[in-house]
Design a protein around this ligand. Structure first.
Ligand code: SF4
Ligand code: SF4
Length: 118
């Protein structure tokens, strides 16, 4: 794991911005929900590997490109009810999940300042 905090698959990063690989594949603007993002309950999954036929080596390259297993790579500030901004990657797991679910239901509810590493 490269980053300090482990990824809990909340999906927040991919709800608000496409990674570089998705940007290239979908030719979409960077900000917004990635079309490859899938949810099973509150657990997210990157569906990019299902969209293209990949051999084992290509599969490994894609996993590296999306930062799989590297921890929570998001650089984002989320504004709490108290009006303060909190660094997303350091929030408790359940808060991350709650914010991701809120982002799905009410995309305008959160003010997010965001810069993604991957
Ligand atoms: S990691 Fe997967 S779901 Fe997330 S933005 Fe990239 S391609 Fe989309
Ligand atoms: S925001 Fe962080 S914890 Fe949530 S899915 Fe993205 S990398 Fe994982």
């Amino acid at each position: 794991m490269i980053f300090q905090n482990k990824c809990n698959d909340c999906g927040f990063c991919c709800l608000i911005q496409l990674c570089k690989l998705a940007e290239r594949i979908f030719s979409l603007p960077r900000n917004g929900r990635c079309p490859a993002l899938e949810f099973e309950g509150t657990k997210s999954r990157c569906g990019i590997v299902d969209l293209v036929k990949l051999d084992e080596r290509e599969h490994a390259i894609v996993l590296r490109q999306i930062g799989a297993g590297e921890g929570c790579s998001i650089e984002a500030m989320a504004r709490g009810r108290d009006g303060n901004f909190y660094e997303f990657q350091f929030l408790p797991d359940q808060t991350k999940i709650d914010l991701a679910q809120l982002q799905i239901k009410e995309p305008a509810a959160l003010t997010v300042l965001y810069r993604r590493k991957k």
